[in-house]
Design a protein around this ligand. Structure first.
Ligand SMILES: [Cu+2]
Length: 661
């Protein structure tokens, strides 16, 4: 077997480029080994190598190839991540542990929109409430990990050009010694308006009489333009310690959201992260890590590109001016305790969120839509991992949080502040009864308080409910995995019993939130095989089903059964791959929100790549047969329903040239 075990996850992306020079190793084989042996069935990893080969425009779009992950399609970019049917504040999104929140009350700027994937080495996904080191995240966690700086000079250049003038350009330059290192990066993204399989632009989805239709000159404007710059400086004061400081700034302009009634004029994001880590402090103290961070987003959206703004005193008829800021700190220690490892830590964050609404109908008076809400969260956690006998590992943990939420501006609610005391925990058993086979069982009880929008939002069509209870997810998981050098198959099944699930409810023309009892269950299947003649086969399936037990009907916005089958010929210097993607129809819909069923679909993607020394060339065509189709999560539910669904892209081409040394 040509396979050689270098199983470090972080080497994957590097290996992809160097492998042609090295000759003997195969990246696909390495991927099979990493995914087969290094990850628990409820964990996933997406490497930047997999992203590079694809025409993905953002992390959300790239993540949808992972089992159990779907996206909410709002436009050409800024797709919101849905994990096993859970979205918004039910899942945590981090970049290097930095807590990210969007500023837009309509989630135009979902958290993962605020960093560029050129910053990222890999994305780890935890499914279910199994991370005790962070508050919330009852449905799971998406943790993007930034690129590590290598020794000596390094550079990474990538240029993608594709249909609709899609351009992704990024460059990083770095230098590192044993003592210090520095990395600088810049990324530019641009696209015209994509077309769906019927040949129409996604800005043409509104009827000719709709006030929400795009003005004639906006139909063919740019879909987005995003500039991101970042730097990371590292210092290793001693052999066993490291400190890092990272800063990034992102400026997104003119982002179109046909899904919504407005478009974004801009999103500006600052992110600052500092960390200090000491390994092997003493025989007792295995690791100490401290971290402090700050991020801030300002966001302006209005309807100036829509017909609804015509003939109004200002260039818009409605506008929202929003900002959010998070300041946080974290202490994490790993201690030797008996035969196992004890994790102890504490974290704190303060989030501010403010949104001002201005509409022509009431003379553009500033309305406190999100009334300058401050959320303070202080948590403590303890975890323990112990090998009980050989091949049987028990791990578990608990955390407790105190959360204070206070609106600093005048609200129209009965109360303007509230607080929560919560306790979460989990236990997992990992058992390897025979070689190549691993069985994981887990039970987790996660909890998250209502977010500022759910509590305090005040807009004509949306009212917060300040008396909401936190949502608790009691989840049971079972996973099984069989992995050898040549293939892996894995299957996972879960059941979530959700107490006080925060559901969207409608009363008249107003939308609000209510606690309900709900249930979500689902299953995922993933596999990758190395076949004779340098062929590789990959197959996956995901399913999620949600039920509102209080009202006896399906939960809204649940993805249907979905899967992919891909066949690849790969000899390291070049590869070709054909993939068939499909989703079943979804007729489990929430009739109370006028949610409509969505038809099933099937699409075909082709791609190929060629490596020559430090150069890589990728090219592909996605949706080869130019199918017109919708993802189920592609339109806003009532009472904000515009009646328009945003279709997926029609046939689209792309070429990527990458250079790395
Ligand atoms: Cu917005």
């Amino acid at each position: 077997m040509r396979f050689k075990a270098t199983s470090l996850l972080t080497s994957l992306a590097v290996a992809a480029i160097y492998v042609s020079a090295a000759g003997a190793e195969n990246v696909q084989m390495e991927e099979i080994t990493v995914k087969g042996t290094k990850l628990a069935p409820q964990e996933e990893v997406l490497t930047i190598n997999e992203v590079r080969e694809s025409p993905a425009r953002d992390i959300g779009e790239a993540l949808k190839q992972v089992e159990g992950i779907d996206i909410v399609r709002k436009g050409a970019i800024a797709n919101d991540v849905v994990l096993r049917g859970q979205q918004k504040d039910n899942i945590n999104v981090f970049l290097d542990g930095v807590r990210l929140h969007g500023a837009c009350p309509n989630r135009m700027d979902s958290p993962s929109f605020h960093f560029d994937f050129a910053e990222v080495e890999q994305v780890k996904i935890v499914k279910g409430p199994y991370d005790i080191t962070n508050p919330g995240g009852i449905g799971g966690e998406i943790d993007a990990i930034s690129k590590k700086t290598g020794k000596g000079f390094g550079s990474d250049l990538s240029l993608t050009y594709g249909s609709y003038d899609m351009t992704n350009a990024s460059a990083t330059a770095s230098y590192g010694t044993d003592r210090y290192d520095a990395l600088f990066g810049y990324a530019f993204k641009y696209s015209g308006v994509p077309e769906s399989g019927d040949g129409k632009k996604i800005t043409e989805i509104y009827p000719a009489t709709s006030p929400n239709r795009y003005k004639a000159d906006a139909v063919d404007s740019k879909a987005y333009e995003i500039n991101t710059g970042w730097t990371k400086l590292g210092l290793n004061p001693t052999k066993n310690s490291r400190t890092e400081i990272a800063y990034s700034y992102q400026d997104a302009d003119h982002v179109l959201y046909p899904y919504l009634l407005m478009d974004a004029d801009y999103d500006r994001t600052h992110m600052l992260n500092w960390s200090y880590r000491i390994d092997k402090v003493s025989p007792l103290v295995r690791e100490i890590k401290v971290q402090a961070y700050w991020d801030k987003v300002t966001h302006l959206m209005d309807d100036r590109l829509r017909q609804s703004s015509v003939g109004k005193p200002r260039i818009y008829s409605m506008q929202t001016d929003a900002s959010t800021q998070v300041v946080g700190a974290k202490l994490h220690t790993a201690l030797a305790a008996g035969p196992g490892t004890l994790t102890l830590g504490s974290d704190y964050y303060n989030r501010n969120w403010d949104a001002i609404n201005r509409v022509a109908a009431n003379g553009y008076v500033d309305t406190a839509m999100i009334p300058d809400v401050f959320t303070d969260n202080l948590g403590f956690f303890a975890g323990y991992e112990i090998p009980i006998v050989e091949k049987l590992i028990l791990k578990g943990g608990v955390r407790t949080d105190q959360t204070w939420v206070k609106a600093d501006k005048q609200t129209n609610k009965a109360i303007s502040e509230t607080d929560y005391t919560t306790v979460a925990g989990n236990i997992q058993l990992i058992w390897a009864p025979m070689e190549h086979l691993e069985i994981t069982t887990g039970f987790g009880s996660g909890i998250r308080p209502p977010d500022p929008q759910e509590l305090f939002i005040n807009s004509p069509r949306q009212q917060g409910n300040p008396f909401l209870n936190p949502t608790r997810n009691n989840e049971a998981d079972l996973g099984i995995k069989y992995a050898t050098d040549g293939f892996f198959v894995k299957a996972a099944i879960f059941n979530s019993s959700l107490q006080d699930y925060i559901n969207i409810v409608r009363s008249g023309t107003t939308r609000s939130y209510a606690n309900i009892d709900a249930n979500i269950w689902g299953a995922e299947f993933g596999s990758q095989f190395s076949l004779p003649y340098d062929l590789f086969l990959k197959g996956s399936l995901s399913y999620t089903e949600g039920k509102n037990n209080t009202d006896g009907r399906p939960l809204s916005e649940m993805p249907p059964l979905r899967g992919t089958l891909a066949l690849r010929y790969d000899v390291n210097t070049w590869f070709v791959e054909a993939a068939e993607n499909f989703a079943n129809s979804q007729d489990r819909v929430d009739s109370a929100l006028d949610e409509k069923p969505t038809a099933g679909w099937m699409t075909t993607d082709l791609k190929g790549g060629y490596n020559y020394k430090a150069l890589s060339l990728y090219a592909g065509v996605y949706n080869l047969l130019d199918k017109f189709y919708y993802s189920h999560l592609s339109y806003q539910r009532d009472p904000f329903a515009s009646g328009a669904k945003v279709p997926e892209n029609g046939r689209n081409f792309y070429v990527t040239l990458a250079y790395k040394f």
